[in-house]
Write a protein that binds this ligand. Structure first.
Ligand SMILES: *[C@@H]1O[C@H](CO)[C@@H](O)[C@H](O)[C@H]1NC(C)=O
Ligand SMILES: *[C@@H]1O[C@H](CO)[C@@H](O)[C@H](O)[C@H]1NC(C)=O
Length: 538
């Protein structure tokens, strides 16, 4: 079957050079049955992420061919039924096949070295049994490998380690030996786990308990480089690490290497407590804006609490071990105040919609007791926000003109120029802070019409203000009051879709700080292209 493919491909000189198999509905089943381990990409020719993956995929296919791992692709615009059968919802979808029935999503990065490393791990047994002849070579099979040393009759350690290896086989390569001489040659006392790496100090010995949990958290810390690099492949990992991240911004690779060396002792000191990483200021300089650093002067340094999203920009551009060491120590000692980006407090703020800035957010939203506060988080360049503005003003007027100003506040905040205490995924985001539960805002996801917004405030607010019935009553009283929304044709009222605009969706306004920021996040978080996507998430 492979030969017939080759024969057909011979007609196309370029296809002949490819090590990626082009699968069709009639060749698919045979392919996954005959290849015990295969990686298959479901793609669409128009998809940008697929195009970016293509050369990486080719390179990985060539390298993995020697290891008997087959790479293939399926064009879902041609083989639509086949793609549906395998639950493909976005492009590219990449899956690992061990025969026709054992299928797992591919969870590595979309780069050739990552694909090769990931599939190599898939191919190995969960734990490779090592001898004195194979140990040395095994230590260098990947950037990071784990080797356990335990006694032949130590069934408990063996089971613990095997279970761990099974659950983390996508992340690390695991080996084990029960040869006591190998253990003592490593200076390890059985049972022990040693992590070998091709960076920093080269190896780390696990000194804690021999439990799955303890070894897993040891491996996580030990496998993170002392000074790593923030980029599309690592950003999410750093954000999910649960500890702060220290960014070292610099424009050139040489300077980054230099600064990483300079600041390594600081990173060493806070190992496991703060992650340190360099970041390419040429490619991701806009991200500095998110950290309240200038976006035009390098090198620079900032700390980010990845849990609370608070930022601590370092004021200065001379990043010495002494200065940064002192800055980080102040942070760790709790002596640094987070930096808050805020617009100035507006002089006048008596319109129908209350204008919030970062420094007044707490006072006007959280601490305004007895009031249900509806907050729109918007971006100046966001089209959906502009479309909502007249309705939103009307909504504010409605509460004020019916004497509910002391019970309901309609407010908005430009979330691009103000640090807000919420993680905003797209614009506009609307949340209601009920008077009785200010710490539990309710997300609004209905349509952006006056009625729906007012009903939402009535149903979800603590004060249960029913402004619509108050209004229809008063409009009956005064026949010629014509601001009634029942005058708005139904079709128009429904016309505003509850779509959210993500930063990456807005192509203009490149200079806008958050726009840049969102682009960075968009670059870091490598989402699939989803067909008929209504909106991109930030
Ligand atoms: C762990 O146990 C398995 C199954 O009994 C055995 O095959 C393997 O050799 C043991 N591992 C070591 C390092 O002794
Ligand atoms: C909030 O309001 C919406 C829309 O009026 C309603 O469907 C929903 O049930 C309310 N939720 C709560 C918790 O009251």
């Amino acid at each position: 079957m492979r030969f017939s493919y080759r024969a057909a491909a011979a007609l196309l000189a370029t296809a002949l050079a490819s090590d990626v198999h082009d699968l069709k509905t009639d060749t698919f089943k045979d392919f996954v049955s005959t290849n015990s381990l295969a990686l298959i990409e479901f793609f669409a020719p128009w998809c940008g992420h697929c195009k970016a993956l293509a050369p990486e995929y080719e390179e990985a296919a060539t390298q993995l061919k020697e290891k008997n791992v087959a790479l293939a692709k399926v064009d879902c615009t041609v083989e639509a039924d086949l793609c549906r059968e395998y639950g493909v919802e976005g492009y590219p979808t990449v899956k690992v096949f061990r025969g026709p029935d054992n299928i797992k999503p591919y969870q590595g990065a979309r780069k050739a070295p990552a694909i090769v490393s990931y599939m190599t791990k898939q191919q190995l047994p969960a734990v490779s049994i090592l001898t004195k002849d194979t140990l040395e070579e095994f230590k260098t099979t990947d950037k990071v490998v784990l080797v356990a040393y335990f006694a032949l009759d130590d069934k408990t350690s063996n089971q613990t380690y095997s279970a761990l290896a099974e659950s983390l086989r996508d992340e690390y390569i695991f080996g084990a030996t029960s040869d006591p001489e190998l253990a003592s040659a490593e200076g390890a006392k059985q049972p022990a786990v040693v992590l070998y790496k091709d960076f920093d100090e080269g190896k780390d010995v696990h000194l804690g308990e021999f439990t799955e949990e303890a070894i897993a958290s040891f491996a996580k810390v030990a496998s993170t480089p002392l000074v790593g690099e923030v980029g599309p492949e690592t950003y999410q990992g750093y954000m999910a690490a649960g500890i702060p991240l220290a960014y070292i911004f610099s424009e050139t690779a040489e300077e980054r290497a230099e600064l990483a060396k300079t600041l390594k002792p600081v990173a060493e000191k806070y190992k496991g407590k703060i992650n340190f990483a360099t970041i390419d200021a040429k490619a991701f300089g806009a991200h500095a804006g998110n950290l309240n650093l200038p976006t035009d002067k390098w090198p620079s340094f900032a700390l980010q609490d990845t849990v609370t999203d608070q930022k601590y920009p370092f004021d200065g551009h001379k990043l010495t071990e002494k200065k940064i060491g002192a800055f980080v120590k102040e942070y760790v000692d709790g002596k640094l105040k987070p930096s808050v980006k805020s617009e100035p407090v507006p002089d006048k703020n008596d319109g129908p919609v209350t204008v919030l800035v970062a420094t007044t957010f707490k006072e006007l939203v959280v601490e305004s007791s007895g009031k249900d506060v509806l907050v729109e988080f918007y971006a100046p360049w966001c089209g959906h926000c502009k479309a909502l503005a007249p309705t939103y003003d009307q909504l504010g007027e409605l509460y004020q003109s019916h004497g509910f100003g002391d019970k309901v506040v309609i407010a908005k905040v430009d979330a691009t120029t103000n640090d807000v205490p919420e993680k905003i995924q797209g614009f506009p985001t609307i949340k209601l802070y009920p008077a009785a539960a200010k710490n539990q805002p309710v997300d609004y996801s209905g349509s952006r019409t006056l009625e729906d917004l007012a009903n939402f405030i009535k149903d979800n607010g603590s004060n249960k203000v029913d402004v619509l019935s108050a209004q229809s009553k008063s409009s009956k009283d005064t026949e010629d009051d014509d601001t009634v929304m029942s005058d708005i044709p139904e079709s128009m009222a429904r016309a505003a879709p509850a779509a959210t605009e993500s930063a990456s969706g807005a192509a203009a306004a490149v200079k806008d700080a958050i726009k840049g920021a969102a682009e960075v996040v968009g670059t870091f978080i490598d989402d699939s292209d989803i067909p008929q996507d209504h909106h991109d998430e930030l």
